[in-house]
Design a binder for this molecule. Structure first.
Ligand SMILES: NC(=O)c1ccc[n+]([C@@H]2O[C@H](COP(=O)([O-])OP(=O)(O)OC[C@H]3O[C@@H](n4cnc5c(N)ncnc54)[C@H](OP(=O)(O)O)[C@@H]3O)[C@@H](O)[C@H]2O)c1
Length: 161
């Protein structure tokens, strides 16, 4: 599985159930990578989407421990084991798209992470593990510098060594 995440310079990824910043070009990149494929996300991240609805043109797997939870147009996985069973049966590229608890639990099952790395420190309450400090991961690709108003950022690909 592949992780897609936008992280600030402290690996912050969210604050008060919202993204730190919405960058249009980053969203376009996210859409281009994930459309037609499978996305895995936590119940809280789904609630941040417009109308709390799953993403269009993608197979959505929502993680919730609540046995009675259901979402129209999406599959629900109630545990990491159940998720891994579902994913095993899919012949598709699977992207883990957040949030914090889901990234943390699924990182051991991912071999690639596409990180939008924003050169700024935002106020944050949700973090992604620091891949630069993890000897199990290395950077294999870094984009040219991108800009969004006064922010700069790069698309950085990490792969498991
Ligand atoms: N920067 C980015 O790229 C990015 C991407 C996505 C999200 N975010 C941000 O991340 C924040 C949300 O992250 P979060 O950590 O608070 O929530 P989250 O990971 O999106 O969702 C947490 C929920 O997932 C379910 N869950 C977690 N582990 C599970 C397991 N092992 N089995 C089954 N269900 C499980 C639980 O749902 P139940 O309570 O229903 O059991 C839990 O409450 C927001 O600020 C959001 O904007 C940032």
């Amino acid at each position: 599985m592949t992780i897609i995440v936008a992280a600030d310079e402290n690996w912050g990824i969210g604050n008060k159930d919202e993204l730190l910043v919405r960058i249009k070009e980053d969203h376009k990149n996210f859409k281009a990578l994930t459309t037609g494929h499978t996305v895995v996300l936590g119940r809280k991240t789904l609630s941040t989407f417009p109308g709390g609805r799953p993403l269009k043109d993608r197979t959505n797997i929502i993680m919730s421990r609540d046995p009675s939870y259901s979402v129209e147009g999406a599959e629900v996985a109630h545990s990491v084991d159940e998720l891994l069973e579902i994913v095993k049966g899919l012949d598709d590229e699977v992207f883990v798209i957040g949030g914090g608890t889901i990234y943390e639990q699924l990182l051991p099952y991912c071999d690639k992470a596409i990180v939008t790395r924003i050169d700024h420190a935002f106020e944050a309450d949700t973090y992604f593990p620091d891949l630069d400090a993890d000897e199990g991961w290395k950077i294999t690709e870094t984009s040219d510098e991108q800009t969004y108003f006064d922010l700069t950022y790069h698309f950085v690909t990490y792969e498991r060594i």
